[in-house]
Design a protein around this ligand. Structure first.
Ligand code: ZN
Length: 447
């Protein structure tokens, strides 16, 4: 039994913290949450003195791919306070294998949820064939059933899925109690919401807002990188307060569709030309400090990717840089506007995509969500209660309450005063087991 005594409790619900609290953990669950001054610590419990410290639920990364084991280390997630991750695209045998490694206790790691492969109804982008699956759209329901029977936690629809197929997939997935996540091209903007999609990934949903002259006849013919490039070409010219933007928000909100913008993915561009994008800048001292602590292949990959990005950025003309900066400002404005309009924002990273580090990039994502206009509390909720709600697992994790998983972060400073304090993690508790971030990182170093 563990007693975390005297913490300021940021319990994930979004309620402001009250008086100092004591949280009791028995086995892998929280068993009681009460005022520190009235709660008796059970005899024999291991006491963690949390006076002047801050306790939050473990964080959730809603957009991960573990298909590249050399770039993915379960310990990195824990060291950054991520106690649950959702894999949004990987072959079932791979993701189930990774989960088994963590569940068996062979390696410390987060709770791993997964959707299995990204579903495509037309030709797949060959570079992603390793974690996609092309299916016969006339058998959409059978495809969803097979994944549901295999025990997935959701369904991931990918770029070539058209609106009618998406609707059929969503209907069957919901019958099976599964949420649907979509990376959109062929299903444009609010069409995903109408189809019943539960979360739209990245900022592709804003593709609907392309000005005349930029419209794509067949968006699904572009590969994912080309589509990203297309968005950057015109996003800077958008007015984020215009009526079409408002109507898109309304469509998503009316359908209850969440937005998981993965801002870290986009921040790499302004970062590469040396702009201040907060702690996401490529020159960020935090990241530089982190670099020597990372496993060698992860550190190498980061250095290589930064160099590539920088090289590409150096060649950009001044007008191109200007257009890119306006696009980045608008991406932030669109995400902030969606939250203010009453939309559900989720925190995800797409790690280990280009220069995105398992776990630590989620901390950057929270900083960027605050930059976009969310309050620090809203950003924390986007990585705690909201993901649990979206996954239908509110009774399992995401908040600190009796009966919930004992997944907790003990912070040395107040993340509500400054979201960057979310990095000041002293202890990570996952399933009732206590870890020190520094020791987890040490364990990953060779020799
Ligand atoms: Zn992804």
């Amino acid at each position: 039994m563990i007693a975390v005594v005297g913490a300021t409790l940021i319990d994930g619900t979004g309620h402001p913290p009250g008086e100092a609290a004591t949280v009791i953990v028995d086995g892998d669950k929280v068993t009681s949450v009460g005022l520190a001054r009235t709660t008796t610590v059970p005899p024999g419990a291991t006491v963690i003195d949390a006076r002047d410290k801050f306790l939050t639920p473990g964080l959730v990364d809603m957009h991960v791919h573990v298909h590249t084991p050399d770039k993915w280390h379960p310990e990195l997630f824990l060291a950054a306070g991520v106690t649950t991750m959702l894999d949004l695209g990987g072959q079932l045998r791979d993701v189930a294998g990774y989960r088994a490694v963590v569940e068996s206790g062979a390696r410390p790691g987060p709770r791993i949820l997964f959707t299995g492969p990204m579903l495509e109804e037309s030709e797949m982008y060959p570079g992603f064939a390793g974690f996609c699956r092309r299916f016969d759209a006339t058998r959409t329901e059978a495809e969803v059933d097979a994944l549901a029977d295999a025990g997935v936690d959701g369904i991931k629809l990918y770029v070539t899925v058209r609106p009618d197929t998406a609707r059929r997939a969503c209907t069957r997935a919901h019958e099976r109690g599964l949420p649907v996540f979509m990376h959109q091209h062929a299903t444009c903007g609010a069409e995903a919401a109408l189809a019943g999609v539960d979360s739209v990934e990245h900022v592709n949903v804003f593709g609907q807002l392309a000005p005349e002259g930029f419209w794509l006849a067949e968006p699904a013919k572009l590969n994912p990188f080309e589509y990203g490039g297309w968005l950057w070409r015109w996003l800077g010219d958008l007015d984020p307060r215009s009526d079409p933007v408002r109507r898109l928000y309304d469509g998503l909100i009316a359908a209850g569709t969440a937005l998981d913008p993965t801002l870290v993915l986009y921040a790499a561009r302004p970062g590469a030309i040396g702009d201040d994008v907060g702690d996401t800048s490529m020159d960020d001292p935090e990241r530089t400090r982190l670099l020597p602590l990372l496993p060698t292949p992860v550190a190498k990959e980061l250095v290589t990717r930064w160099a590539e990005r920088r090289g590409a950025a150096l060649g950009a003309s001044e007008p191109a840089k200007h257009r890119m900066r306006r696009a980045w400002d608008n991406i932030l404005a669109l995400v902030g506007g969606f939250q203010r309009a009453g939309g559900m924002v989720l925190a995800g990273t797409d790690c280990p995509n280009v220069a995105i580090v398992s776990g630590f990039s989620l901390l950057r994502e929270l900083e960027l969500l605050v930059r976009a206009g969310l309050s620090p509390m809203e950003a924390i909720v986007a990585a705690t209660r909201r993901p649990a709600e979206r996954l239908g697992k509110s009774d399992v994790f995401g908040t600190i309450a009796p009966g919930r998983a004992a997944d907790l972060l003990l912070l040395a400073a107040d993340p509500l005063a400054d979201i960057r304090n979310i990095r000041r993690i002293e202890r990570v508790i996952v399933g009732g087991i206590v870890y020190e971030p520094g020791k987890l990182l040490e364990g990953l170093r060779p020799g």
